[in-house]
Design a binder for this molecule. Structure first.
Ligand code: GRG
Length: 287
């Protein structure tokens, strides 16, 4: 099976699992209005790269996908909430996401905030229903990655960088490691923690994939079109990005270097062919 078909198959599996999760949640006691906004925020066309990474990393380590599914879903719910909040007027103030109206534009600002909060709560609930003593640490790691030592910290550095920019490689990577790498590291490290193998390799791989992912995202802002990237281009303005720090050619060169470093790490991880193809995809993706 070629890469695109295989990736689509995993993506379909994630989409169905998310549908099941919401279906189970939808009983007489749920507030239908917030459920609708939360579903819209998750189901509007994401690539699902984080949960796919989690399942593929698990399979590489001999763990069945059902044993990491709730962790993978929780990470995607957290990712989706972060995009909803990022699009709010107080943050990046974007009207579009994944080619469609941003959640707060469709449902109003208050519902956007609440839909994000609801998704974070659902992530916690989803993880907590599937942990035992052995997986407790892996579960906590997800929320460490999305919290004040990870994604939220990165968002704060990113917002601060607009007011007081420091155009250095160090600061750029500090933002990317937290804002982007943290939530791409969680799906790789959770299976490694569950298996007790390759934890440091997957940590390092997640960090590098995250920076690579952010550099490609910065390149899209510079060169992409709305119809392809699904959000408004040229929004980075005065921000500290790979483009403002390295220039377009420099950013492409850094992406190449990070891609090779990812490949080097993958060379010591067993059964990593599909993971390696996902890294190819991150490097060559168009949106
Ligand atoms: C609001 C706490 C909080 C955090 C926001 C996610 C984020 C942090 C900001 C969004 C802007 C941004 C450039 C984030 C870096 C990560 C990134 C490139 C996200 C987009 O991820 P994709 O491409 O999205 O995987 P899809 O739509 O495919 O799910």
């Amino acid at each position: 099976m070629n890469f695109n078909d295989k990736f689509s198959e995993y993506r379909e599996f994630i989409n169905k699992s998310i549908d099941n999760l919401f279906a189970e949640y939808d009983d007489d006691t749920v507030c239908k209005d917030i459920l609708e906004a939360a579903k819209y925020a998750v189901n509007n066309g994401g690539k699902r790269i984080r949960p796919i990474l989690c399942i593929v990393a698990a399979e590489a380590l001999g763990i069945k996908k059902d044993n990491v599914l709730n962790f993978a879903l929780a990470i995607e719910l957290i990712h989706s909430y972060s995009l909803v909040h990022d699009d709010l007027p107080a943050m990046d103030n974007d009207d579009f996401r994944r080619g469609k109206l941003a959640t707060h534009k469709k449902f109003g600002e208050a519902m956007g905030i609440l839909a994000g909060d609801a998704l974070l709560n659902l992530a916690a609930e989803t993880v907590l229903t599937s942990i035992d003593n052995e997986s407790k640490e892996a579960a906590a790691f997800i929320f460490k990655c999305s919290g004040m030592k990870g994604m939220i910290a990165g968002q704060v550095y990113d917002l601060q960088s607009e007011k007081c920019p420091e155009f250095s490689e160090n600061f750029l990577y500090k933002i990317s490691r937290n804002k982007t790498s943290a939530l791409l590291t969680a799906p790789l490290v959770v299976p490694a923690m569950l298996s007790g193998e390759y934890v440091s390799e997957f940590k390092s791989l997640g960090e590098k994939i995250g920076i690579l992912f952010q550099i490609t995202d910065d390149i899209f802002d510079e060169t992409g079109e709305f119809t392809v990237i699904g959000k408004t281009p040229h929004k980075d303005g005065n921000k500290v990005t790979a483009i403002s720090v390295f220039g377009l050619d420099g950013a492409k060169e850094k992406a190449r270097e990070l891609y090779s470093e990812c490949k080097k790490i993958l060379s010591v991880i067993p059964n990593s062919e599909f993971l390696s193809q996902i890294v190819d995809y991150v490097y060559t993706r168009k949106n």
